[in-house]
Design a protein around this ligand. Structure first.
Ligand code: PMP
Length: 431
């Protein structure tokens, strides 16, 4: 890291804990950024990187997309925040979302994915009058107490009690039960242990917070049948998969319909916006509909967020843009290219992912669930991604992390990154 970045990072460290505003932004080096545009970001010293981190996937069209920025600017010249009743922007955004997400009949807007999953859990408990939530080892659903546990757990704590933070009450941890992804029996067991006590099962349909585990169709269908049989709600946390893998989220691709869907991140192309959608019956449990589950949020539905979401979704729907064709094509090119480089150099690797997401796992064999990820060579993952940054392609330098391709990336970007990967993997093979 060079001088201007270091200077700013050092000031940040004195007045912001760890110098960053979210734990996973601290990646062991003092990064500080001056600008981000299209597929690139530029640090304080003028070093330019092709950005495959994409703000943990919040960037879908590329940084500072003019269509989105212009829409936001236009919207805020008319209205900012009123805080009673509704606005045209809120209604237009809600209509676009309800039309896009197959299982959605009603939707609320929030400011972050964490708020959406928090509201989903409270709504599920309120609607069913049951305490327990089932989540999967490795699933991440934001910082909310009830869902914080058992994300990337140390091997000896996986599937056991792993609160992941201090300051969380025991009750919040104990009322969330942990199952194994792609293992229906592990969920059946919990239903058998806690009859009529499970309010909901929540999952990332593709657990992208541990890279990209691919859901087996029978597993998703099994979860749907099991939750229905036991009177529990099925919640798809599509904060990453939503709008990214298909306009209607992963549910559009797998055809399995959840009761509730949370989404956020990419739908505002970097502006803060998220939401929760579901059937009218379940969503009517919120207080504004006369139900008993509190819904509140000063900034919910503000003009900046709504305009950003409307503009982003409008680009995604434009057949001339062909967003999905573009990113799926580049994603395939990247995964196939990386896989053949690793194979040629005899490096054990699985270049996994879906569409715009690519994940270099450094391991052999089958990858079905979290259990398999314990075999990943974490050091090789971190080394690969750190060295790719040195070469100019920014990939989050930690094992099991995913990378994202945006509409702004080109075939030339992918080919340049593959040439860099040839160097990096070639060196790793010789070491
Ligand atoms: N759910 C999933 C699947 C996520 O990946 C994240 C964020 N990484 C969240 C929820 C929380 O979203 P936010 O950071 O906007 O609160």
């Amino acid at each position: 890291m060079t001088s201007d970045s270091r200077r700013l990072a050092e000031v940040a460290e004195r007045i912001i804990p760890g110098g960053v505003n979210s734990a996973t932004r601290n990646i062991g080096a003092p990064w500080a950024w001056r600008s981000a545009k299209g597929p690139t970001m530029t640090d304080m010293d003028g070093n330019v990187y092709t950005d495959y981190h994409a703000a943990f996937g919040a960037i879908l069209l590329g940084h500072a997309d003019e269509r989105v920025n212009d829409a936001v600017t236009r919207a805020i010249t008319d209205i900012d925040l009123v805080g009673v009743g509704t606005t045209e922007l809120e209604v237009e955004a809600a209509q676009l979302i309800v039309d896009a997400i197959p299982s959605a009949e009603m939707v609320i807007s929030t400011m972050s994915g964490s708020e959406s999953t928090f509201q989903a859990v409270r709504l599920a408990r309120g609607a069913t009058a049951r305490p327990y939530i089932v989540k999967f080892q490795g699933g991440f659903h934001g910082s909310y107490d009830a869902l914080a546990r058992n994300v990337i757990s140390a091997p000896d704590r996986a599937w056991k009690r792993d609160p992941n933070s201090s300051g969380i009450l025991d009750d919040a941890v104990d009322n969330t039960l942990i199952a194994e992804f792609n293992d229906l029996a592990s969920v059946e067991e919990l239903f058998a242990l806690h009859p009529e006590q499970i309010a909901a099962v929540i999952l990332e349909p593709v657990p992208h917070n541990v890279g990209a585990l691919l859901p087996e169709q029978s597993f998703l269908e099994g979860l749907r049948a099991l939750t229905r049989k036991h009177g529990s709600l099925l919640i798809f946390d599509e904060v990453i998969t939503g709008f990214r893998h298909a306009l209607g989220g992963y549910q559009e691709l797998c055809g399995v319909m959840p009761d509730l869907t949370t989404f956020g991140k990419a739908m505002g192309n970097g502006f803060p916006v998220a939401g929760l959608a579901g059937s009218a019956e379940v969503m009517s449990n919120f207080t504004p509909s006369g139900g008993a589950v509190m819904l509140a949020g000063t900034f919910n539905g503000n003009a900046v967020s709504m305009a950003a979401a409307i503009a982003t979704i409008t680009v995604l729907k434009d057949p001339e843009v062909d967003f999905y064709g573009h990113v799926y094509g580049l994603g395939d090119r990247m995964r196939a290219g990386l896989q053949s480089i690793a194979d040629e150099h005899g490096i054990a690797a699985r270049m996994a992912g879906v569409g715009s997401v690519f994940v270099p796992y450094f391991m052999d064999g089958e990858i079905r669930g979290y259990r398999d990820l314990l075999r990943n060579n974490d050091e090789a993952s971190a080394t690969f991604q750190r060295r790719m940054i040195e070469q100019g392609s920014f990939m989050y330098p930690m094992a099991l992390k995913r990378n994202h391709i945006s509409l702004a990336h080109t075939e030339a970007d992918i080919d340049r990154t593959l040439a860099q990967a040839e160097d990096v993997i070639g060196t790793m093979a010789r070491e």
